[in-house]
Every structure is written in structure tokens, then in C-alpha cells.
Design a protein around this ligand. Sequence first.
Ligand code: G3H
Ligand code: 13P
Ligand code: ZN
Length: 309
Amino acid sequence: MSQKLSDAKVMLREAVLGKYAVGAFNFTSIEIMRAIIDGANRAKSPVILAMSESGLRFASSNYLSKVIKAAVEEAKVPVALHLDHGKDLALVKEVIKVGFNSVMIDGSFLAYEDNIALTKKVVDYAHERGVQVEGELGVLAGIEDDVKHDTGTFTDPEQAAEFIRRTGVDSLAIAIGTSHGAFKFKGEPKLKYDVLQEISRLVPGFPIVLHGGSSAPQDAIDKINIYGGKVIGATGMPDEMVRKATQMGVAKVNADTELRLTYTGAIREYLYRNPTNFNPRDYLGYAKEQVTLQVMDKMEKALGSAGRG
Ligand code: G3H
Ligand code: 13P
Ligand code: ZN
């Protein structure tokens, strides 16, 4: 598979220079994976297919790697296959064995020196096999959150520069106010652009990664709520805020939640409107097309990666 995949390190370096970001979209089903590739093809954008450990366990990494091989062959744009939030070297070894060409080692929950030691171990292993590594420093949290998530959890720029130098990572996820999931901000969305700016100044040209990059697509949320679901008070990253970060060194943006919302909203809508239809090809086909459109919209408006593939 790997000769068909594109080198994420090259993709991200090009993105920094071009002041856009490559989207890393998580997936757990064949339809969502194909929607991500279709969206990238139609937007002519590079893309990263990302899989978390829980996603891997759900789909089986060995089985999945064979399906992904076929999907990547359909791609007309650069595609990398990435492990999201890898927690240890054993998992990194498992995914590299089945063909992933990009991994994240997330030691952000560890003490600084322990994070460096774990990340360095993964970098040594992965680089020997031509696989790029993303590390993480700082803890994701909402900027408006309570004392547990105060400014102390934002990435420290000096530490980030040292972390990059001592570990040899190819990209670094930082904490500047984003968070995972559908409830990112209590008040107005805010990011610590000053922290991002300072990191980019200390490590010019180095690819920075933004986790928690999903928007909260109103149309999808409305569909969920109209057709029997209950997702109240969702907030996400506005497109223009992501775009601003891409002007300041963010070269990879992770998005999962916005595709989950889109997929779920579309399935609920389809089944409600077509109560006699029980053919998965119809409702999953409709949901797949909605996810494709969401991926394209993200690439055009938030990432600026459309036309770069
Ligand atoms: O970063 C988190 C991603 O959204 C993956 O979530 O572990 O439920 O697959 P998951
Ligand atoms: P979202 O929850 O904003 O989609 O973030 C996903 C993510 O960061 C995966 O690593
Ligand atoms: Zn994440």
C-alpha cells in the first residue's frame, strides 16, 4: 500500500509554505472513508485519512488496511494514512505493519520529560521505516473552561521549540484553546493566536497541528434535532478562525465530529422521510454524499487546501 500513499511530511511542509492546511479526517466506516476521498478528489485537495485506536478496534486494522488500499487507488490527489492519538509504541508498530505511513504519538498526558522520552522512542522506530511522526504538547481545553483548564494547559512556546529539537518530530499538535467534540466553547469561540504566532516564530516553517478542528454544521445539527435526535448547544470552530490559523503555521487540521454530525443527521433525515425504505444502499448512499459535500466545504472555506492536490 505504501507506494500509493503520499508522504505526509512533504504534504505538511508544502502546506506551511502555501499557507493552507491539510485536513486529517477520522473515519470508522467504508462510506465515510470513501466520502473523504471523494471530497478530496472533487475539491482537488490533498488529504489525510485518520484512524484512532478505538476506530481501529471497531474496524480491525488488518481488515481495514486492505479496504483502504482500494480506496487510496481511487484517489487522484495525495493521500496519507495516519494513526490519530497513538498512546504507545506497540500500537505504532501495529499500524506501521499494516501500512500506515504517518503516526501520532500522544504523550500530552505525561510529564514533560516522559513525553519527550516516549515520543523520541517512537520517532526513532518510525523514521527508520520512512514514517512521519506527530507529537503533542499541551492539553486541549476550551478557553472559557474553568480553573482546571486555565492558561497553564496551553502549549508553552519555548518548551515546544525544545520538544521539537529533542524528539525530532515532524509535526506538533499544540493546545491553543480548541477541544475535541461538539461542545468546544462556552461563550464566544476564542483561540490563543499569540501562542501560535510565538511557536511559529521560534520554529519557522515547522508544521503545527490543530486538533479539535471541527465546525458545528448547523444544517446537520438541525436535521438531528428535527428527526428525532437531541444535540443541544453544540459549538464548533468557525471556518474563518481555522483559516486564520493556517496563515500562521497550522498545516494540519483534525476533524471528526463534523463528519459524525453530518452522517448521523443525513441518516436520520433519510429514514424519517422515507419510512418504508429499509435499503442501506439508499440511506448510507445519501449520508455518504452529504459527508462528501461537508469535506469539500471544509477544504474550500476553512483549510484553503482546495485546488492544491
Ligand atoms: O481525537 C479524537 C477523535 O475524534 C477520535 O475519537 O477515539 O472516538 O475514535 P474516537
Ligand atoms: P473534532 O472533535 O473537533 O472533530 O476533533 C477531532 C480530532 O482532533 C481528532 O484527533
Ligand atoms: Zn485529536
